[in-house]
Write a protein that binds this ligand. Structure first.
Ligand SMILES: Nc1ncnc2c1ncn2[C@@H]1O[C@H](COP(=O)(O)OP(=O)(O)OP(=O)(O)O)[C@@H](O)[C@H]1O
Ligand SMILES: [Mg+2]
Length: 419
């Protein structure tokens, strides 16, 4: 028998999760264990000091709850393990699991948690607080935003002009309640800055956490919609769909959908709805309001495939559809100069002696930008040229061995500069 099962109110789940995370716990859904029930290592490695199990999923769809739970819970060897479940299933679980747990209680609402959730609920009255959105910027802030955006993203001047106009229109029509989400569909070759557009918008809007990014390359199977928005049998908390987790974990009103063309018609239709309604709705009808958000879709498909693969309804919903062409040499050169200056600056902050002045020119002659179309390859070349230079100088790699372990390696620290 396990010690106790704790029930939580659905609305408190995220506060509880955050609190427990700050105490070093991760909350994992029982369905992750159910999927892998034959894997005894998974259960042997279970650590009750760092993991809490949410068993709500057991209550929502399984027939033989009692015998399934008995079998399953036995596999978690620690008596002390913490199990939690949604209070909506309390009656059922109290009955079915009466032989599995010694007692049933509610999760303890410490003062800290109550205070946190009070602050949260005050905040949630003002929905714009959580995600910083482009529509919230005043004219001066928007000027700064555009100037930084133009500076960070090299080339693509036409796109930048059009984007400026789109955002200005979006601000007006959004206020009139006629335009909820600004959607951009960016096509073009690899490594020319499609994804970088979303990263740059995120940074220029002051993002401090993580850009909400979903890669549709992982969503090509028929079950993809349920992984994206949560499965019907699953549960809102720990079984949440990826897109909800990503949006909740982010602090800026932008979503990046990478490799959009890799998914299937079900997901295309779902997004048709999202763009139309301005919200994402999970399989259990929880929703997040995306009013004022930007969604950037990126894809490697050609212009011809765009018309074949994406339905006319969806195509017409995108506010901007653009083909990103290869960068001009002068833009690539700006990219190289920026990267090299950054690397030299970081090197000088980390190592002594300082690098000689005018080193930039020495590097620039060794990199022929016209040979590179993909900026990732160009980035690799920059690293190679830099590391070659450093290793050719008096600097040698060395290691300090302490307790039989390598504690310090010059090259390792050098490579850290590129992170
Ligand atoms: N126009 C650009 N301005 C600034 N940086 C760029 C630009 N293009 C590419 N980069 C740099 O190159 C890297 C790769 O670019 P990015 O991820 O945007 O490629 P992509 O066009 O999305 O390619 P893929 O189709 O392979 O995903 C970025 O991390 C960024 O550092
Ligand atoms: Mg990309």
């Amino acid at each position: 028998m396990k010690k106790e099962l704790l029930f939580f109110e659905k609305d408190d789940f995220y506060d509880y999760k955050e609190l427990k995370q700050s105490e070093g716990y991760a909350i994992v859904s029982i369905s992750d264990y159910l999927k892998d029930i034959g894997n005894s290592e998974l259960f042997d490695n279970f650590d009750f000091t760092t993991t809490i199990i949410d068993i709500s999923a057991l209550a929502s769809g399984y027939k033989e709850i009692q015998s399934l739970a008995e079998q399953l819970l036995d596999k978690f060897h620690q008596f002390e393990a913490i199990f939690i479940a949604d209070k909506r299933y309390e009656e059922l679980l109290r009955y079915e699991l009466r032989y599995c747990f010694i007692c049933f209680n509610d999760v303890e609402f410490s003062e800290k948690l109550e205070k946190q959730s009070k602050e949260k609920s005050q905040q949630s009255l003002l929905p714009s607080k959580k995600h910083k959105k482009i529509i919230d910027l005043d004219d001066d802030e928007l000027d700064v935003f555009f100037s930084e955006f133009r500076q960070h993203l090299y080339g693509h001047e036409k796109f930048k002009d059009e984007f400026t106009e789109l955002v200005n229109n979006f601000k007006i029509f959004n206020r009139l309640g006629e335009h909820k989400i600004l959607s951009l569909f960016l096509m073009g070759e690899s490594g020319v800055g499609k994804t970088e557009v979303a990263r740059t918008i995120y940074k220029c809007l002051g993002g401090k956490k993580k850009l909400a990014k979903v890669n549709f390359g992982n969503y090509s199977s028929e079950f993809s919609l349920s992984s994206l928005i949560g499965s019907a049998r699953g549960y809102i908390g720990s079984d949440d769909g990826e897109i909800f987790i990503r949006v909740r974990d982010s602090d800026v009103g932008i979503i990046l959908i990478d490799e959009f063309e890799k998914s299937n018609a079900t997901l295309f239709n779902y997004f048709l709805d999202v763009l139309e309604s301005g919200k994402i709705i999970s399989s259990l009808a929880d929703e997040i309001d995306l009013n004022g958000f930007i969604i950037v879709f990126t894809s490697n498909i050609s212009k011809e495939d765009f018309t074949h693969k994406i339905s006319p309804e969806l195509r017409s919903r995108f506010d901007y559809k653009g083909l990103f062409t290869l960068l001009y040499n002068e833009d690539k050169l700006k990219f190289v100069e920026f990267r090299l200056n950054d690397i030299i600056r970081k090197y000088n902050l980390t190592f002594a002696p300082q690098l000689p002045q005018n080193l930039l020119d020495y590097f620039l002659v060794q990199i022929d930008v016209s040979k590179f179309n993909n900026m990732r390859d160009l980035n690799k070349k920059i690293k190679r040229v830099f590391v070659d230079y450093i290793l050719k100088q008096q600097y040698q790699d060395y290691e300090i061995i302490e307790d039989g372990k390598v504690k310090y390696s010059y090259v390792k620290r050098l490579l850290n500069i590129f992170k």
